[in-house]
Design a protein around this ligand. Structure first.
Ligand code: CU
Length: 154
């Protein structure tokens, strides 16, 4: 049993290595959750070597994941779920700085400082093939200020 798990783990590592050549994710982080908070906004920078589109986010630690953008409706900032987000070749796309971010909804456990939140991004390349990139987000203290200056209401 242990042997099988180890083999699966190795296979997963090999896969993420291969994808790492095509898409690079850096500075992935989120905040620790406040009591009762069950969603997390994840920030990161993603760079694809080829023209691609981010089409999904998912985590075993959450019920669902969405790509969010912030839009002004009159004087009010609102979050809107995006179907996809373009990743132009060799251009770092920062999720978090300009209002776009990833949202993990329905967290199964509170996020604690010092732990890491695993999640996976699904990227579709211009040639039609799809890759899943596994990422670990660093969990920072709740009061950490980032580029994203808004509250989340779900
Ligand atoms: Cu959001």
């Amino acid at each position: 049993m242990k042997k099988i798990l180890f083999a699966v783990l190795l296979a997963m590592l090999a896969v993420s290595q291969a994808y790492a050549d095509e898409v690079k994710v850096t500075k992935a982080w989120t905040r620790a959750t406040a009591p009762g908070q069950d969603s997390a906004s994840v920030q990161l920078t993603i760079t694809s070597k080829k023209d691609a589109t981010l089409i999904g986010v998912a985590s075993g630690s959450a019920q669902s994941g969405e790509i969010h953008s912030m839009v002004m409706e009159g004087d009010v900032m609102k979050m809107r779920a995006l179907e996809s987000l373009p990743l132009p070749a060799k251009t770092p796309v920062t999720l978090g700085a300009d209002g776009n971010h990833l949202m993990l909804i329905g967290l199964k456990n509170p996020l604690k400082v010092g732990h890491k939140l695993p999640f996976a991004l699904t990227v579709k390349f211009a040639d039609g093939h799809t890759s899943v990139i596994r990422v670990l987000a660093v969990i920072k203290p709740l009061e950490t200020t980032g580029n994203e200056g808004h509250e989340h209401h779900h």
